[in-house]
Structure formats: C-alpha cells, structure tokens
Design a protein around this ligand. Structure first.
Ligand code: FPP
Length: 273
C-alpha cells in the first residue's frame, strides 16, 4: 500500500476531504451551472482486472462511484444527468457478463427508485433511454415498475441509456416518423425538431458537458445528436470506479470559466496533458 492510499484510508482524512469538497461545490453552485451532463462510465473491467476480482465487481464499484457523483450533482441542483449503462454493442460481450450487467442495472434501478431512496431524496425522475425490445422481458418489467414510481418527480432527471446507441436512436426516430407519415398522422416537412421529438431524449436540453473516463478519447456512439457546438468534452485518465468528486469539480470549473467568458474554444478537456 502506498503512503498516499494509507493516509487516505483514515476516517478523519476522508471526513476532511469531504468537507473541503462540499465547500468547493457550494462556491461553484453560486455561479451558473450546466443543465445537462453525460457520463461514459468506462474502465470497469480494467479496474476489476487490476485488482484481480471478477468483472461484475468492477461494474458494481462503477455503480457505487456513480451514486457518489450523483449525490454531489443533485445536491448542487444539476437538473439532468445522462449515463451510458449498456450499449447495443455490449450485447456481444460474454453471456455471463451481459447477464451480470443486466442484473446489476435491474437491482440498481430498483434500489434508486424505492421508497425514501435516492430518487425520492432528490425528487429525481428516472428514465430509461434505449431499445426496450432488446432488454430481457423480466428485467425490463422490473425496471419499468421501479421507474414508474418516479414519474411525478420534477426537480431533476436521471437518464439511464440501456440497450442504447445514438445511431440506433436516430434510426428508430426516422422509423417512427415514416410510420406516422404512412398512417397520415404526419403532414408537415421533416425538420430537425421532428427528428428530436421522436428520439429517446425528446425535450431534453443539449448536453453541456460529456465526460468519459478510462483515458480513451472517443464518443462510442453516445449522445451524438444531443451534443452540440458548445459541449465541453472531457476525457479523464482513470478507470470509472476511481473517478472522484475532485476530478469532476475541475471539469465543472472549466465549464463555468468557459461559460462566463463565452469562449467557444478549448472545448476538449483532457487531464493527460
Ligand atoms: C464500461 O466499462 C461500463 C459498462 C459497460 C457498464 C456500466 C454500468 C454500470 C456502472 C451500472 C450502472 C447502473 C445504473 C443503474 C445506472 P467497460 O466494461 O467497458 O470497462 P473496460 O473499458 O475496462 O473494458
């Protein structure tokens, strides 16, 4: 064990750390905050491999890490968070891993939405974005029941992208427009708004910050439509379960500086250089 991790294991250190972090976020919250943040939670398997534990433990640690960050973000009143929990490509992973992620997401969504838990605490509406026909029916039914519990929550939103890719979303949007048009329900010309209104994310604001962990610098078919000219894309060089509130703070700070100075450059952030 390194000296740093030995010191940081002390409860007093952790307490002090948390107090400092809370203070920093309170200061940050006095300025303008982003309305929508997206997360690509990458690196769970490598995290597990390095620790010589099962892959599913890596994903479980990933969920715990997400909970800590959501806690910070909803506390300072960020109204919308979108996370990439499972892409359509992920169905090609070994069956036992696919099953483990399905079970984890089901368990976690039920946990988030149960009475008095996370969604109630922050008045968060939990939504699933993805092709639900690809999700095993029992998992989908359990998630749907849980999600329905939060439907009246209005303060914030948690979008969980599950059986999702951005290109599939756009294709499905086009498909439903064509269907409506054939049924005579749709007469006006197809515009950007038409496509948006048929997407999973309809009505959501554009993404202000897109964060990807694990050092990989690519978008992996996530929120391609919802990101725009003003989106800050942040790549952090650590596995998702190790991504901390301090790292998140630095990215939010960068965003507020760019926002307040209206600089439309430097919209790619990387902690590797
Ligand atoms: C990517 O890391 C992570 C996933 C495919 C799964 C992430 C899912 C969770 C953390 C659960 C979230 C649950 C809810 C309810 C939001 P990877 O497996 O690709 O890791 P690697 O890059 O090291 O291979």
């Amino acid at each position: 064990m390194s000296l740093g991790s030995w010191i940081s294991a002390f409860p007093l250190f952790q307490y002090g750390n948390e107090l400092i972090q809370r203070g920093l976020y309170e200061v940050l919250a006095t300025g303008t905050l982003p309305q929508h943040i997206g997360f690509i939670m990458d690196g769970n398997r490598r995290y597990a491999k390095e620790r010589q534990v099962e892959v599913k433990e890596g994903h479980t640690s990933g969920f715990e890490s997400l909970l800590e960050l959501l806690d910070i973000l909803y506390r300072i009143k960020i109204p919308m968070i979108t996370v990439y929990a499972f892409s359509v490509e992920n169905f090609h992973r070994p069956p036992h891993e696919v099953q483990a992620i399905m079970e984890l997401v089901q368990r976690s969504v039920v946990q988030l939405c149960q009475l008095g838990d996370f969604a109630d605490q922050y008045d968060v509406q939990v939504r699933i974005l993805g092709d639900r026909s690809l999700i095993p029916p029992l998992v989908d039914a359990a998630i749907e029941t849980a999600v329905q519990r939060t439907i009246k929550n209005k303060t914030a939103v948690l979008n969980i992208c599950f059986a999702y890719t951005a290109r599939l979303d756009i294709a499905l949007s086009m498909r439903s427009i064509v269907k409506e048009s054939k049924e005579g329900r749709f007469k006006s010309p197809i515009t950007q708004q038409t496509i948006e209104q048929h997407m999973f994310s309809k009505g959501d604001p554009p993404v202000d910050i897109l964060i990807r962990s694990s050092g990989a610098q690519r978008l992996s078919d996530f929120l391609l439509w919802e990101c725009n000219d003003d989106t800050l894309i942040a790549f952090v060089d650590c596995y998702w379960p190790m991504f901390t509130g301090f790292q998140l703070f630095k990215i939010l700070l960068r965003w507020s500086l760019l926002y307040s100075t209206k600089i439309k450059r430097k919209l790619i952030y990387s902690d590797q250089n």
